[in-house]
Design a protein around this ligand. Structure first.
Ligand code: FAD
Length: 389
């Protein structure tokens, strides 16, 4: 990964801006640069928090790399083009029926346990898993393309450009998000790029090249951009969680168990975490070093629900920071303005579309909420042996 991934200096910032091109009053304005991914002044903080250096490798390139590695670890055991059709289980093991697509022949595999990392397509419905939450938050399109954008980019450190321009719609992704794909350069000369954007759901003809390419030029405000289309991906941003992760001898992992927005939580990262968590526990049980009960420590969602959580929420706060001694009238005016901006119907539409809810509160009430929440989490934190400062 480190040999092939993006050097940290080229991903150390996220940028919010109006457009890359255009000559209007509001064009080509940087609204905000945020240090990210452990680059810049974040480096010592990340170093302290993790034994591994932070890095990014585009997902379309990572999957072949993972396959290559898996092939060397389990030579001949990876079976692409083989589809699990059904399964049965009893208290001794699982029998999976598999179809070899090339020959259309089926065969059976008997195993002690089965890990379903099929993004919920087959195994979940068979074992009766229920995915709870919001199945459709946003409809997204990702366009992969080749283009020379170096003439419109002035900072090699930006990994991701979030656009906010009037040509987009009011959703967070409506104006588009641009990311680098390399493969040999990850500065402004990156040869390939991806552009994510959302549409109003169910509009006709929106996913073909004839619609998407002019739309990218329009959102970037570069009408003359010479662009070679490499591929189009269509995906739904979801917010769902399986009612359980364990069904007897079957475990759900990755997207089969949880699908969430890329903002604040990353699907692949958490899928890898599930695999890591399950792998060492299964190894110990299969080697006779631990009992089957160890596997119950794989996240058990109903236990969390029973502890009083209806949903998994993420709280963030938005406030105004002013210098000490600022007169109260100014603080009150800023506060009223901020609340007005948050309560504006456009802001509310954007937040709701992204699955968020606003609570306006006082510092005292907020502190109280944090106290109650953290008391609820204490048993889990203790059980997982995590220390919170
Ligand atoms: C455009 C886009 C960008 C993303 N960017 C990021 C990112 O930057 N960072 C991040 O962390 N996450 C990202 N994600 C999310 C990430 O892709 C997923 O969370 C992750 O791939 C989940 O891995 P998984 O192995 O659980 O499922 P998948 O990657 O969906 O793999 C499931 C596999 O199971 C196979 N399968 C399905 N049914 C069967 C069956 N019956 N028999 C045999 N095989 C079967 C499928 O063919 C597939 O290969 C992104 C997602 C999208 C769509």
């Amino acid at each position: 990964m480190y040999e092939r991934s993006v050097p940290i200096e080229y991903i150390s910032k996220m940028r919010w801006c109006t457009s890359l091109g255009g000559n209007g009053e509001w064009d080509r304005k940087t609204l905000y640069d945020l240090e990210a991914w452990g680059g810049g002044s974040l480096a010592p903080v990340y170093e302290q928090d993790s034994p591994c250096k932070s890095t990014i490798y585009p997902q379309v390139r990572l999957e072949p790399l993972l396959k290559e590695k898996a092939d060397t670890l389990a030579e001949g055991e990876l079976r692409f083009g083989h589809e699990l059709i059904t399964l049965e289980q009893d208290d001794k093991g699982v029998i999976a029926t598999v179809l070899e697509r090339a020959t259309q022949k089926t065969y059976q595999i008997r195993a002690s346990y089965l890990v379903a990392a099929d993004s919920g397509k087959t195994v979940g419905p068979i074992v009766g898993a229920r995915l709870e939450g919001t199945p459709e938050l946003l409809e997204m399109v990702t366009v992969y393309f080749k283009a020379d954008l170096s003439g419109w980019i002035d900072d090699d450190r930006v990994s991701t450009f979030w656009f906010a321009n009037p040509e987009g719609d009011t959703t967070a992704w409506g104006s588009g998000v641009l990311g680098k794909l390399g493969p040999t350069r990850f500065d402004r000369h990156s040869e390939e790029w991806m552009f994510h954007f959302s549409f109003k759901p169910n509009a006709d003809g929106q996913y073909d090249a004839d619609t998407l390419i002019p739309r990218i030029r329009e959102l970037l405000k570069i009408p003359e951009l010479d662009l070679e289309l490499l591929g189009i991906g269509r995906w739904i941003v979801q917010g769902v969680l399986a009612n359980r992760y364990r069904f007897g001898r079957v475990f759900l992992a990755g997207d089969a168990a949880h699908r969430h927005t890329p903002t604040t939580g990353l699907g692949l990262n958490s899928a890898v975490h599930d695999a890591q968590n399950l792998a060492w526990k299964l190894a110990m049980v299969l080697k006779g070093q631990a009992g089957d009960g160890l596997l119950d420590s794989f996240p058990d969602v109903p236990a969390i629900a029973e502890a009083g959580f209806k949903d998994l929420d993420v709280y963030a706060w938005q406030g105004v920071v002013v210098p000490a001694g600022t007169p109260k009238t100014i603080i009150d005016t800023l506060n009223t303005g901020l609340i007005k901006a948050i309560e504006h119907p456009d802001t509310q539409t954007r937040l709701r579309t992204a699955g968020m809810e606003t609570l306006t509160s006082t510092p005292q009430a907020y502190a109280e909420k944090i106290k109650t929440e953290s008391a609820l989490w204490q048993p889990f934190i203790k059980e997982l042996n995590i220390q919170l400062d």
